[in-house]
Design a protein around this ligand. Sequence first.
Ligand code: ADP
Ligand code: MG
Length: 283
Amino acid sequence: MGSRARIVVFAPSEAVAVDAARLAFDEMDRLNLVLSDYTPASEAMRLCAAPIGAPHRVSPDLFDVVLKSARVHEASGGAFDPTLGALTGLWRESFRSGRLPDPQRLTDARARAGFRLIDVDERLSTIELLAPGVRFDFGAIGKGYAADAALQVLSRHGLRRAMVDLGGDLALGDAPPGEAGWRIEATDDRGGARALQLSNVGVATSGDAYRSVTIDGVQYSHILDPRTGVGLRSSSAVTVIASNAWLADALASAASVLGPEGEGGLRSEWPGAEIVWHARRAG
Ligand code: ADP
Ligand code: MG
């Protein structure tokens, strides 16, 4: 998923730590090959390349991520949308070239994005793409999901005092010995930081500190507003603390689109989640 992963564990011996961490990294590699849109070999990308108009049976992980995504999509009024791949692909080109997407190509890509273009059958665990050229992009949920899975691998090997950091999305297990929690610094995009001490939760921060492009004096985020297909133009940084890393990851991206004034739907669907805003500047 285009990110570095880091694991910290407290273990009875180095050998135990290394063996378990190796299995946890393998688990993240495995999920990368399910979810990533950086490789055409992933299950998600092969599904997008498969013939349309027929339901496809998918792996339990892919199905689970689609169902979780659907829940966040709904609670966010569509602000979180993992079917935006045609659009995010176009914007990745703009990030490289420093030029805005061609208007016609943007219109075409918008027509190939949206949850209405996929049909999910919960009984049969199948997914059907209803139009050609629809592309998944699980970039806003997949890292959290994989971090959760890696933490579970460590826990199954008896290492409960553990944390997994996948590109800034954190899955935290039990606290380090003698500590109240893992010490986390949630940083905003202006050099500010907030110290947190947490255990058994997921933490994610979305912001455009390192992920934005400025074109003709306007700053565009790598997070798109699904209503327009255009990168967010206001600078925000939001940290979410939730029961799991997948949820923190997805909620941080959804909240970025909705803004502090629009994230009420997320709070009522997940009252246990904490949404912390760092800074916001009108674009
Ligand atoms: P990061 O990758 O920096 O942790 P996010 O978790 O917020 O950031 O994920 C952003 C990525 O999700 C984008 O790079 C893109 O691939 C994808 N994405 C962009 N806009 C949306 C959106 N509105 N809903 C879901 N995914 C999105
Ligand atoms: Mg996210």
